[in-house]
Write a protein that binds this ligand. Structure first.
Ligand SMILES: [Zn+2]
Length: 308
């Protein structure tokens, strides 16, 4: 580990560029930044250009990792060659490749703390998406003062704050119920929603922006349709550019990962929105999967009777 000699006076621009001393805590912060960057890129709006310079968080974390590559070695902080087989990513593409190819506990340029469950990939494939680990680390990085809360509470922290500021904290469970029932909305349904109160809270643009994002074109088939998973109710991903014939569910714990069941099909012309990724993964998917499992069991019980 390398500690940088910090002056006791106020930090200069140079101090800010160098960043915190490199240690376990800083490694933990860096992996949180990488996770938040992955989550940000995964839902980058199609209408927003993505080019150099990178978004500030992505650029900052790349700079920090580059600095680690220079600084990290036993016994000092003067320049030394990279450690054997150390692959320190130098570009955003390098970093993303590392996210899907190497578990974070194997990243040789970090010293992650041992007392936390910090193992696994940040990006999973088939379909490519941020892993549950990535979403957890991203939420914990975004809400460092609430990192001990459950993932469901973390995913809804900003929405809950709006309810508390407006004096309706008791109405918040109604919003959770409402979200579980409405993972996908058209722009028309959103317009109607803004005329409503949920749990006493008048729905605002700010609340909608926290809860929902536009469905990216990666979810549309070549027929400009989306299909909703018959198990978890979330939007499926078309395979191989979207022939509309094969789909995958990207919800980590969904039975649709192995056994795709197509539910409702909706058209791009509806200007569709779906719940933000951490909300659909940590708030919506669980209750809907339990409910669909229960209804499947009920529906299949007559068959089981016949079999017996
Ligand atoms: Zn599903």
């Amino acid at each position: 580990m390398t500690d940088l000699p910090y002056p006791s006076s106020a930090p200069t621009a140079f101090d800010h560029a160098i960043g915190e001393a490199y240690n376990e805590a800083e490694s933990r912060r860096i992996i949180g930044m990488v996770a938040a960057t992955v989550a940000q890129l995964a839902d980058w709006p199609k209408e927003k250009a993505f080019s150099v310079p990178y978004p500030p968080l992505a650029q900052y974390v790349l700079d920090r990792i580059a600095l680690i590559g220079v600084l990290r070695h036993p016994g000092g902080y003067h320049l030394t060659p990279y450690r054997d087989r150390l692959s320190c990513p130098r570009t955003l593409a390098d970093l993303m490749a590392l996210c899907w190819s190497s578990p974070i506990d194997a990243w040789p340029f970090l010293n992650l703390p041992d007392d936390e469950d910090l193992t696994g990939l940040l990006v999973e494939l088939d379909p490519i998406r941020p892993s549950e680990l990535c979403l957890r680390l991203s939420l914990e990085f975004t809400h460092p003062d609430a990192a001990d809360r459950s993932l469901e509470r973390l995913a809804l922290l900003d929405a809950r704050a709006l309810y508390e500021e407006a004096g309706h904290p008791g109405g918040f469970p109604k919003l959770r119920e409402w979200l579980i029932a409405h993972p996908v909305l058209s722009s028309q349904e959103i317009a109607f929603l803004k005329l409503e109160r949920i749990g006493g809270f008048q729905v605002t643009d700010e609340l909608i922006d926290i809860l929902y994002l536009r469905v990216h074109e990666r979810y549309f088939s070549s027929a400009d349709e989306i299909a909703v998973c018959g198990h978890c109710g979330l939007v499926l991903v078309p395979i191989n550019g979207g022939s509309g014939e094969r789909w995958q569910c990207e919800t980590t714990k969904c039975r649709g990962r192995r056994n795709v069941l197509i539910g409702d099909v909706r058209h791009v012309a509806e200007n569709l929105h779906h719940a933000a990724r951490p909300i659909r993964e940590f708030v919506i998917a669980g209750p809907r999967l339990r409910a669909s499992e229960g209804s499947n069991r009920q529906a299949s019980s007559p068959l089981r009777d016949v079999e017996c």
